[in-house]
Write a protein that binds this ligand. Structure first.
Ligand code: ZN
Ligand code: ZN
Ligand code: ZN
Ligand code: ZN
Length: 318
């Protein structure tokens, strides 16, 4: 047993079978039910976590799911099945090796289909900084993203203030900034990018964080250490191709980021009316239940009232 009260043997100290105190999401086992309750309070398990297609274990990130399936120390039975019919890009399990071949071709190619990118434009500004933006004008993909530096655009650059206004106008799309609310169905655009804090900071453009989708900060795409993954790595691991192998091309980065966003957005997760722990209806779900009531719940019931502490991008599609 470790300090957190984890126990790996079959039975707990009171002879109570441990599966009673086994987290229904990550399968950690606790020798006391109050430890499981405590674990659930701080874990924010949800239907939006990357989940093993075989044993249904929830992981905090795709990287930890990848470790669970591929190694270096994979869970044996999941790893065996995955090696026969698991997609190495999206980590889904297919019905047969044949289905896998068809799927994996599409899965990788879907990254290569730039159909969502309706328009490209370059804006140069006088501040030794350039912004490339690509905008998905597709109805289902109101997207936009920034990246990179291209000195050759700086020669006839536009003044910073003008660029800021252009960007802000484009993002807000006619909606006053103060009125922009997440999931309100307004006209404001979603801003997609990789490491956007830096870009926005340099440009001194402000935009509500609820409208920003940053592939460097989306928990399922982060390292198990909770640090960001480089865009080059994400593109290689999830889309199966190389970027930034020679000179860094902002357009290439834009496209890769948008493809990652579309991939994450198309995740098929169970629809819930109030999906976030921060939704007022769920606020302190675990705090509002009395400890004794929580301790009487089954692990599945506890998982049922648990909600995500991050905004899953699948929520953009419904
Ligand atoms: Zn858990
Ligand atoms: Zn989701
Ligand atoms: Zn598994
Ligand atoms: Zn796949």
């Amino acid at each position: 047993m470790d300090q957190s009260g984890q126990l790996t043997e079959e039975n707990g100290p009171e002879g109570r079978p441990n599966h009673m105190n086994k987290c229904a999401a990550c399968y950690r086992q606790f020798n006391k039910v109050e430890h499981l309750v405590e674990h659930m309070r701080i874990s924010y398990h949800s239907v939006h976590e990357p989940t093993c297609g075989i044993c249904r274990k929830h992981c905090r990130s795709f990287e930890s799911l990848r470790e669970h399936l591929i190694g270096p120390l994979p869970k044996q039975e999941c790893g065996n099945i995955f090696s026969m019919r698991g997609c190495r890009f999206c980590l889904a399990i297919l019905d047969s090796p044949y289905a896998l071949r068809l799927h994996q071709e599409r899965c990788q190619l879907s990254g290569l289909n730039a159909g969502v990118l309706g328009r490209m434009a370059n804006l140069g500004i006088r501040d030794n900084l350039t912004m490339d933006y690509s905008a998905g004008r597709n109805r289902s993909a109101p997207g936009y993203e920034t990246t990179g530096i291209r000195p050759e655009y700086l020669r006839d650059a536009m003044p910073v203030r003008q660029v800021q206004k252009k960007i802000q106008d484009f993002l807000c799309n006619g909606e006053p900034m103060w009125k922009i609310r997440p999931r309100s169905g307004g006209k404001a655009r979603i801003l997609v990018g990789h490491g956007l804090d830096h870009d926005l900071d340099r440009l001194q453009v402000e935009y509500p964080s609820a409208m920003i989708r940053d592939t460097a900060k989306y928990p399922p795409l982060m390292k198990t250490s909770k640090l960001s993954n480089p865009l080059k790595y994400l593109t290689q691991a999830y889309l199966g191709y190389d970027i930034q192998s020679g000179i860094q091309d902002p357009y290439e980065d834009c496209v890769a980021t948008m493809r990652l966003y579309m991939r994450m957005r198309s995740q098929n997760h169970r629809v819930e009316e109030y999906p976030l722990a921060a939704d007022p209806q769920n606020r302190n779900n675990f705090a509002s239940w009395r400890q004794s009531e929580l301790e009487r719940m089954t692990p599945e019931q506890m998982l049922d009232i648990s909600r995500s502490d991050y905004y899953c991008w699948c929520l953009d599609s419904n």
